[in-house]
Design a binder for this molecule. Structure first.
Ligand code: CP
Length: 333
């Protein structure tokens, strides 16, 4: 049995198999490859794309997906071990995972970090706890990484650019009214570096560097894949020669859990928005974003409506890569 908690546990070759399978599944949407299978999707946070693409993906393979929202239409869950459960949570992940493992063939979980203490959130303890107690494969639907988004991003890069090796991939931080999760940024670094791209992480200030576990993994990936990894605070040099620009906003980790102070740090950097002028400095780059995206905050209307914007392709690819993932994880049980 194999989980899909992050791509760090998966080789480039095994990820490429999923990407190839996704391209085939895109050609033949309906099949009964997972007829009779079921997947439980636990959402502790809101979603549009992830929920829709998993539900439709399961349907198109002949499987059934059931969405549960613990704390709303399902009992709240305690994830810590050994606690006296005198708070809001009505049941423990040990029982939730045990019961769902008896009913279902796989379990997906979305559990964003709590934005209080990064030293705790960086452990990704919630999904690890589910994986420890489950006896069926667990799929990460976004925690402190978003590996399904990584697959969709790399499928999209390969669809448009072919072999990704040696192509310049710019991950640019953008301003946003709130400090957001670093998950997609962590994931973008991991997948681009794993697939041999020349990665530039563009940030306005050192405090926006990502957690060292992901920075270190990206450097190690680049060494192994023949790619490269560099950090820049210079907008012009970062965009110059770019083949793919990926935008995301995230909160500064040194000010994690202190949103008012973080907002003051972030305020001078609204000009990191992706606009036509910046895209004109690139090597006719493609642009994408995981969505949801606030227009004219993270990227301008001009960029979002341009033919080089492939964000909708990436969103569509969520469906195909997740179908490949479900086939891989539960297709032959
Ligand atoms: N990109 C993504 O995961 O979208 P949702 O938050 O809408 O699921």
């Amino acid at each position: 049995m194999r989980h899909f908690l992050n791509t760090m546990d998966w080789s480039r070759e095994s990820l490429q198999e999923l990407l190839d399978e996704a391209a085939e599944l895109r050609q033949h949407r309906l099949s009964d490859r997972l007829r009779g299978k079921t997947i439980a999707l636990l959402f502790l946070n809101p979603s549009m794309r992830t929920r829709t693409s998993f539900e439709i993906g399961a349907f198109e393979l002949g499987a059934h997906a059931i969405v549960l929202e613990p704390g709303k239409a399902a009992w709240g869950i305690e994830f810590e071990t050994g606690v006296i459960m005198d708070g809001e949570a009505e049941e423990h992940i040990a029982e939730v995972a045990g019961v769902l493992s008896r009913y279902c063939d796989a379990i997906g979980l979305r559990a964003f970090p709590l934005f209080k203490d990064w030293s705790s959130d960086r452990q990704d303890g919630v999904i690890k706890s589910l994986a420890r107690h489950a006896s069926v494969p667990v799929i990460n639907m976004e925690t402190i990484v978003h590996p399904c988004q990584e697959l969709a991003l790399m499928r999209t890069i390969q669809d448009h650019l072919g072999q990704p090796d040696g192509k310049k991939f710019v991950l640019t931080w953008t301003w946003h009214p709130r400090p957001l999760n670093t998950a997609v940024a962590n994931s973008a670094l991991l997948i681009a570096s794993k697939f041999g791209m020349d990665v530039t992480l563009l940030v306005p200030h050192d405090d926006y560097l990502l957690d060292e576990q992901f920075m270190d993994a990206a450097y190690a990936n680049a060494d192994a894949s023949g790619g490269s990894m560099e950090i820049s605070t210079n907008i012009e040099s970062a965009y110059q020669g770019a083949d793919f620009v990926y935008a995301k906003s995230w909160g500064a980790l040194p000010l994690y859990g202190r949103p008012e102070e973080e907002a003051r740090l972030r305020e001078p950097y609204r000009h990191f928005i992706v606009d036509g002028q910046k895209m004109a400095m690139t090597n006719s780059a493609l642009f994408s974003h995981c969505l949801p995206l606030r227009r004219n905050i993270k990227a301008t209307d001009e960029v979002m409506d341009a033919s080089y914007c492939v964000a909708l392709d990436e969103a569509e690819n969520r469906l195909h890569v997740q179908k490949a993932l479900m086939c891989q994880l539960i297709g032959h049980r």
